[in-house]
Design a binder for this molecule. Structure first.
Ligand SMILES: CC(C)(COP(=O)(O)OP(=O)(O)OC[C@H]1O[C@@H](n2cnc3c(N)ncnc32)[C@H](O)[C@@H]1OP(=O)(O)O)[C@@H](O)C(=O)NCCC(=O)NCCS
Length: 157
């Protein structure tokens, strides 16, 4: 099984949305309630708007056998906003490969630090990738639902 990381293209909009949806509805549901994950990943999405947001950051997709199984990104000011791996591809290093690509990009951009808002589900993975906890956010709200998460940072050195 080979994981390939490449730059996001508009044709990846649907597949990245599906990875997001399945990551939240199947994987993050272990750490959040059904109501919380329904607010975080609603049933429908505006793919035009979704694509615009992916193009507004440096977005990378991970593929296995040409199928998009996850994605991550970094903004010009060092926010790693998204890290989602399809539930069918979890636990095989896809998240790690995506974060390594983001770290490489951040260094190319001349950034000294990355920061992210990590879910309870993603916290142990980010810590394995070398991120440190800055603070917990008990007051994170999405569409009327409280989804506690964590602010993390990574020193690029
Ligand atoms: C978090 C997520 C992206 C990780 O992706 P993944 O491809 O399954 O992760 P990896 O295979 O790279 O493994 C993550 C690392 O964390 C470790 N890890 C994962 N879960 C762990 C846990 N519960 N406790 C301890 N370590 C854990 C793994 O052992 C691995 O470490 P290693 O590479 O040193 O072996 C994925 O689970 C996901 O999409 N989760 C739901 C959505 C979400 O919360 N996204 C983040 C939004 S902030």
């Amino acid at each position: 099984m080979t994981v390939i990381i490449r730059a996001y293209e508009p044709a990846d909009a649907q597949a990245t949305w599906e990875a997001y949806f399945r990551a939240i509805r199947d994987t993050a549901v272990k750490d959040y309630s059904a109501e919380q994950v329904a607010a975080w990943a609603p049933e429908s999405v505006d793919l035009v708007e979704w694509n615009k947001r992916r193009l507004a950051a440096h977005t990378f997709v991970a593929t296995i056998d040409s199928r998009v199984v996850g994605f991550s990104d970094v903004t010009a000011d060092g926010l790693l906003d998204m890290l989602f791996v399809h539930s069918e591809a979890g636990g095989r290093g896809v998240g790690r490969a995506l974060v390594e690509a983001v770290i490489t990009k951040a260094r190319q951009l001349g950034l000294s630090r990355l920061h992210t808002h990590a879910s309870r589900t993603a916290l142990p993975a980010f810590q394995r990738y070398g991120f440190k906890v800055e603070r917990s956010n008990p007051d994170n709200w999405i569409r009327g639902q409280n989804l506690p998460n964590y602010d993390l940072y990574y020193e690029l050195g």
